[in-house]
Design a protein around this ligand. Structure first.
Ligand code: A3P
Length: 318
């Protein structure tokens, strides 16, 4: 691991002063960098990631909008890829939070002015990011490595984000108003948003390059986790064999990674993944449709109209 040099740090300060910014719902500001809203502290990390990350063809990159089910997908992808090494009972997931097994580039690896040496990273290499497609490092687009994208119904995504930010938010800011937050979300605000640009970027890429970009939804995974896991394993180049299916390997992994199981692990009740986030905030309810308990019919109309407009002609539906 090397430190970013000072010249780069100065350049970043100049850049930040030239970008549009808004007050963050959590702490500090978010900056509009390359068309998406990037949390202040993540801007230098994103730039370092873009500049220094070199993807290998055998890499897997997990991509999501925050609160789409990243934690779940990390657990599943890690378990599927490493199933020759670990059974559910010997899995590191018993004592390590998924975010520490599959690190974020902009929150983990490249944060705090670090440039990691990834040459010794355990194989198969898996990384995660919230960056929108156009902003991914070139080598991720060109190396033929695998990108797994997971998205979630925008209503649930929004409600999950509102709960999460309400907890992670600087106390001095007071409670986060649901109405203000919703208004911002509809206007494209929120870390790594606009939401629909993010989703559509990966949706279109998955249609163009289905062997390299897999598009999953939280809802499909909730409805039939085993069939989605089979899709994922096939995409990752390690399909479940008939024997494994008969032996219940698929069910073993899906149970291991289930909300109820992971939420109750000691590390996920008491640990911290990052200075700002407690592990337990990544496990709230894990359901589809919880938004109906929070969102008024007027709000539903407003977001439905935006969704209709944004998704028109794309073939994507929620
Ligand atoms: P809710 O707030 O709706 O409960 P992310 O991992 O991208 O931060 O997303 C967090 C959301 O995924 C939260 O949604 C969380 O409860 C849910 N989640 C976390 N682990 C899960 C799992 N194993 N199965 C299903 N949902 C899960």
């Amino acid at each position: 691991t090397k430190n970013n040099n000072l010249a780069e740090t100065d350049e970043i300060a100049d850049l930040l002063s030239s970008l549009p910014k808004e007050k963050s719902w959590r702490s500090g500001y978010v900056y509009r960098y390359q068309g998406f809203w990037c949390p202040e502290k993540q801007v230098p990390a994103v730039i370092a990631f873009q500049k220094h990350f070199l993807a290998q063809k055998t890499d897997t990159i997990i991509v999501t909008m925050p609160k789409s089910g990243t934690t779940w997908l990390k657990a599943l992808a890690f378990s599927i890829m490493n199933r020759a090494k670990y059974t559910p009972s010997s899995s590191p997931l018993n004592s390590v939070n998924p975010h520490d097994l599959v690190p974020f580039c902009e929150y983990g690896l490249y944060a705090n002015n670090q440039i990691p040496d990834l040459s010794t990273f355990p194989s198969p290499r898996m990384f995660a990011t919230h960056l929108p497609y156009p902003s991914l490092p070139d080598s991720i687009k060109d190396s033929g490595c695998r990108v797994v994208y997971l998205c979630r119904n925008p209503f649930d995504n929004f409600i999950s984000m509102w709960h999460f930010l309400s907890k992670a938010r600087d106390e001095s800011l007071g409670p986060l108003s649901l109405e203000d937050c919703f208004d911002g979300f509809c206007n494209g605000l929120g870390g790594f948003g606009p939401f629909f640009d993010h989703v559509l970027g990966y949706w279109r890429e998955s249609l163009k390059r289905p062997n390299e970009v897999l598009f999953l939804t939280f809802e499909d995974m909730k409805e039939d986790i085993n069939s989605q896991m089979k899709r994922l394993a096939e995409f990752l180049g390690c399909p479940f064999s008939l024997e494994e299916e008969v032996d219940g390997v698929v069910e073993g992994i899906s149970k291991m990674c289930s909300f109820g199981n992971l939420k109750d692990k000691e590390i996920n009740k008491t640990g911290r993944f990052h200075p700002y986030f407690e592990n337990k905030t990544f496990f709230r309810k894990g359901e589809v449709g919880d938004w109906v308990n929070y969102i008024t019919p007027e709000m539903v109309d407003r977001l439905n109209k935006i969704m209709e407009q944004k998704l028109a002609g794309s073939g994507l539906k929620f």
